[in-house]
Design a protein around this ligand. Sequence first.
Ligand code: GLN
Length: 190
Amino acid sequence: MVNARVGVLGLQGGVREHAEMLGQLGAGVTHVRRPADLDGVDGLVIPGGESSTIDRLLRIFGLFEPLQQALGGGLPVFGTCAGLITLAAEIEDPAPGQGSLGVIDMTVRRNSFGRQIVSDVEKIPTAYGEVTAAFIRAPEVLEVRGDARVIARRGEAIVGVETDTALAVSFHPELTGDTTLHERFLAKVT
Ligand code: GLN
């Protein structure tokens, strides 16, 4: 049992799979849909889905600023796919009006590995060993700056980035049953 309560942003996207994996690793899970849900969480997961929709819903539900404050203040966060885009400082090709939380100093490109729904599972090398990763219309990180470190690549492309408090990957480890990165995230939380 991990002595931690992790929030999973539950507005849109692959919420259940993250909650199941965190539960399997022994963490308590809170679904975050309103600012008060952030009270008492030790970390936050931002799942995949559609980043422009997540951005819009964050603003509609009044979560954008509370999240920016909490994450800026050092609340550990793990973003996958659209979650990685949501954490970026800069989106090269945003949807009209799309913004992001600016938690990780990096530039990302959405749908970088093909615009169709290309689903592909492959093993990729990471700083934490080989990880079985599902790529679904995955973003690519074009540049990291400041304290952001590259932790995974797919070929030449950067697909994983970390800071002391944030972890973000372009792919979906929660869909393949590979717990490596969730364990790494929980190590930041506890
Ligand atoms: N292409 C999506 C976006 O721009 C991300 C896809 C995903 O999360 N699987 O948000």
